[in-house]
Write a new protein. Structure first.
Length: 406
């Protein structure tokens, strides 16, 4: 493992020009070793001129990546001169094949075909230059070897192009992941802000009404004042409890055993609508809760969604219709969905009430987003017979095996 890591690191550190320089010197060395051998009959013995040409033919491979076609042309031209002077052509054949491979791996198929033809013609010239050679063998070699080299070079070019595309896709995927992470953080902040808004707005509205009532009757009706202050205390404790539970989501480590978050009660759901309506009723607003159909548990997120929407709707009643004579909360459990409506008779409405009906209130926007998040829908607006209505529909399919009859 260490040797592989060292080799991968060394490849990244060695510049391509240095690799090509070593490769060119290696080809010079191999050609010189071949030149030292006794050439076949009819070919010239190696001398200083031949050695000089071997260096000139193979050294251009140093810049084969920068100008592959120019290197191919220079190499073949010098090779033809080498053959013309009577030296054995095989000595410098390896360099031409490497130059052809470089062209095939870096240039288009048309350019590669032209360079392959140039190599083949040079080989043919070597076969014609001296009598006694086997032209069929030379022609076969000049076709088969360049074709094989071109195939390997084209495969390397396709691999390089694929790697570039993968690098682009990887960079794009990384950017998309970063964007999703930022969006997730933003969504979480919005969710937490909405949660805090629902908790603070509702409980402070109840506290404000009860505190005002206690102050108004503290001397004339001490019992009512005491009851109002007791409601203020209970509401304050519940508000602090829910805020701690919400903020604990920011502090708790999901990998821990839950000590940070497990000490708090589960998120509120439809089962606590009675407690919610009772607290609002204690402020003097006549709220009635009616549940139709056999109640059944929903997903935890849907339960919290429904509870918060009812809570926000009742908070809006406290803010904009505090003198309402009738407020009804109806939870209707249907076979495949749950319908919840919060209606009031409209007493105490004004300009702010109309603004909410036009869909411009921040609370209404949050309610719509909550409903949409769990596949539901929300409607809100003035009633024809007077007053205001908020309607929520949440999908709630029955669990498998549960009959419609209950």
């Amino acid at each position: 493992m260490l040797s592989k890591a060292w080799w991968a690191g060394s490849r990244r550190r060695i510049p391509p020009l240095a690799v090509d320089a070593v490769l060119a010197l290696s080809y010079v060395g191999v050609s010189l070793l071949l030149g030292d051998e006794h050439p076949p009959a009819g070919w010239r013995e190696m001398d200083r001129t031949g050695v000089a040409l071997i260096w000139l033919i193979n050294l251009p491979l140093v810049v084969r990546r920068r100008s592959p076609v120019a290197v191919m042309v220079v190499l073949c031209t010098l090779w033809v001169w080498y053959i013309h002077l009577g030296y054995w052509p095989v000595v410098n054949s390896l360099g031409s094949l490497m130059a052809l491979y470089t062209v095939a791996s870096l240039r288009t198929p048309r350019t590669t075909a032209a360079c392959a033809a140039l190599v083949s013609v040079t080989w043919w010239y070597g076969g014609w230059a001296r009598e006694g050679g086997s032209m069929p063998t030379v022609i076969a070699q000049s076709v088969v070897l360049p074709a094989g080299i071109c195939w390997f070079g084209a495969a390397a070019r396709r691999l390089a192009e694929r790697n570039e595309q993968l690098a682009v896709l990887a960079a794009q995927l990384e950017r998309e992941q970063e964007e999703r992470a930022r969006r997730a953080v933003t969504d979480e902040r919005v969710r937490i802000a909405r949660e805090l808004h629902d908790v603070v707005a509702h409980h402070l509205s109840v506290i404000s009404v009860q505190a005002g009532l206690a102050q108004y009757v503290v001397t004339t009706d001490p019992a009512t004042a005491e009851k109002a202050l007791r409601t203020v205390g209970e509401t304050t404790r519940e508000a602090l409890h829910e805020m701690r539970r919400t903020l604990s989501l920011l502090r708790a480590d999901p990998e821990e055993d839950g000590e940070a978050a497990g000490g708090f009660a589960p998120a509120p759901g439809l089962g606590r609508l009675g407690e919610l309506t009772r607290r609002v009723r204690d402020t003097g607003v006549p709220v009635r809760l009616r549940v139709t159909g056999p109640p059944r548990p929903l997903a935890p997120g849907a339960e919290l969604c429904a509870y918060r929407i009812v809570q926000e709707a009742l908070t809006n009643v406290l803010k904009h219709a505090p003198t309402a004579r009738r407020v009804d909360v109806v939870a209707d459990y249907l076979p495949d969905e749950v319908r919840i409506t919060v209606t009031d008779d409209g007493h105490g409405g004004g300009r702010d009430r109309a603004t909410i009906g036009a869909g411009q209130g921040h609370g209404l926007i949050g309610m719509r987003e909550r409903a949409k998040l769990y596949g539901g829908s929300l409607s809100a607006g003035p009633r024809r017979e007077g007053g205001f209505e908020v309607g929520l529909v949440l999908p709630a399919p029955r669990a498998p095996g549960v009959q419609k009859g209950g």
